[in-house]
Design a protein around this ligand. Structure first.
Ligand code: KG4
Ligand code: ZN
Length: 382
């Protein structure tokens, strides 16, 4: 393989939902088993559309794709420009007399391949990132690495600080992926080899956070606002009066269901009539406890069944502090103490660095293609 032993740079693009994101990552592809070493994120730019969607209490697809179209070029430029420890910016962006195209082509000379999310996600959002990636690949004659969004989230666990001698997950690895669009338990047998062993039967966990936040009139996105509200309850140390179900915990399989939990909150809200501040905080607290108990309970069962060497958490909901704490605490609950991995906070919600990390591993395995070979797949599975 021509890149073996060499340091490579990958430009990554992610636009599957409501974040326009681009990143540059670098790594060295080492030996015959395609080991990736010295992986480093050089830039990680995310343009969030939260303000745009806030008034709708959720992502409004038509507005999302328009906003991606507006932001995609500036975001890619910034990712190329603001790379640490590279010469990209010196060559490309310090001489204002050069045209945008000249600067871009100089920056692109340093890029070996373009990784891009092809699905799953919103079609109108995905096409914007994919069209940008295809155009750059065509014009600058670069290979393209198609990345599944879930795989990107999983690979947010595959970056470690060299100085701290941190490890990466060993296989088989069991991954709990929790975001606004999906909630799965995935058994990862090797790089790129996945078996879906559990999934939600209805709402995704992040979707449940978003819907319950709307019921409690807390705004959008639901995860962070519920989390903040729940802290108020904890601080006040009130007597706990609300008890919500821990859905599907004893269903005998590894699947989830969160729509019943959301309906239970709805009934409580109706029963209360006017929501007092204390009850709102208590509902937020109890909802967060119930959903994280359900997620962790199932993960514990899955670990008992598959006995993985490592367990990983991934996806936007992995930003949740309570979930992170309960996930880490799993180590002591499981008799053989598997290695536990949770992503760095900046890699939890949608970003392009995770797409770049997955891209490096895919590239190392020879999984790149030509710009005319890929298309969006809004319901892609891994
Ligand atoms: O992975 P992500 O950024 O986008 C999708 O792929 O869907 O996940 C977004 C989801 C949203 O539903 C959001 O409410 C949730 O992640 N989220 C959180 C937190 N931060 C974001 N959920 C719980 N706690 C958080 N701190
Ligand atoms: Zn995501």
């Amino acid at each position: 393989m021509e890149y073996k032993g060499k340091s490579i740079k990958i430009l990554a693009i992610e636009t599957s939902c409501d974040e326009t994101a681009a990143s540059v990552v670098t790594a060295t592809i080492n030996d015959q088993r395609f080991r990736v070493i010295d992986l480093e994120i050089l830039s990680n730019v995310v343009a969030s559309q939260i303000d745009l969607h806030q008034k709708f209490g959720g992502v409004y697809p038509e507005l999302a794709s328009r906003a991606h179209a507006e932001s995609i070029i500036p975001v890619i430029e910034e990712a190329l420009e603001n790379t640490k420890k590279t010469r990209l910016q010196i060559h490309a962006f310090d001489e204002s007399s050069k045209s945008g195209m000249t600067k871009l082509s100089e920056a692109m000379k340093e890029i070996d391949a373009i990784a891009v999310t092809f699905g799953p996600g919103l079609v109108g959002s995905l096409v914007v990132g994919l069209a940008a990636a295809k155009t750059l690949a065509y014009v600058f004659d670069k290979p393209i690495i198609p990345i599944n969004h879930w795989e990107g989230h999983i690979y947010s666990n595959y970056i470690r600080e060299k100085s701290k001698k941190e490890k990466i997950p060993e296989f088989p690895s069991l991954v709990l992926t929790v975001s606004g669009g999906h909630t799965n338990i995935v058994l990862m047998k090797d790089h790129g080899k996945y078996e879906l062993v559990g999934q939600t039967m209805d709402d995704a966990a992040g979707e449940a956070f978003d819907k319950v936040a709307r019921l409690l009139q807390l705004g959008y996105p639901g995860g962070p606002v519920i989390s903040a509200e729940a802290k108020k309850f904890k601080k006040k140390d009130l007597k706990k009066e609300v008890k919500l179900p821990r859905p599907m915990l004893n269903s005998g399989d590894l699947n989830f269901s969160f729509s019943g939990l959301k309906t239970a909150v709805l009934y409580k809200v109706r029963e209360m009539g006017e929501l007092s501040d204390d009850i709102r905080a208590e509902l937020a607290y109890e909802f967060q406890e119930a959903i994280t108990d359900a997620l962790i309970g199932k993960m514990e069962k899955a670990v008992g069944k598959y006995k993985p060497k490592s367990i990983c958490l991934a996806g936007g909901v992995s930003a949740n502090t309570v979930l992170r704490e309960k996930f880490i605490a799993l180590k002591e609950k499981i008799d053989y103490h598997p290695e536990i991995y949770i992503p760095k906070i900046e890699l939890t919600t949608d970003n392009a660095a995770m797409i770049g990390i997955a891209g490096v591993y895919r590239f190392a395995a020879g999984d790149s293609t030509s710009w005319d070979e890929i298309n969006v797949n809004s319901s892609a599975k891994i």
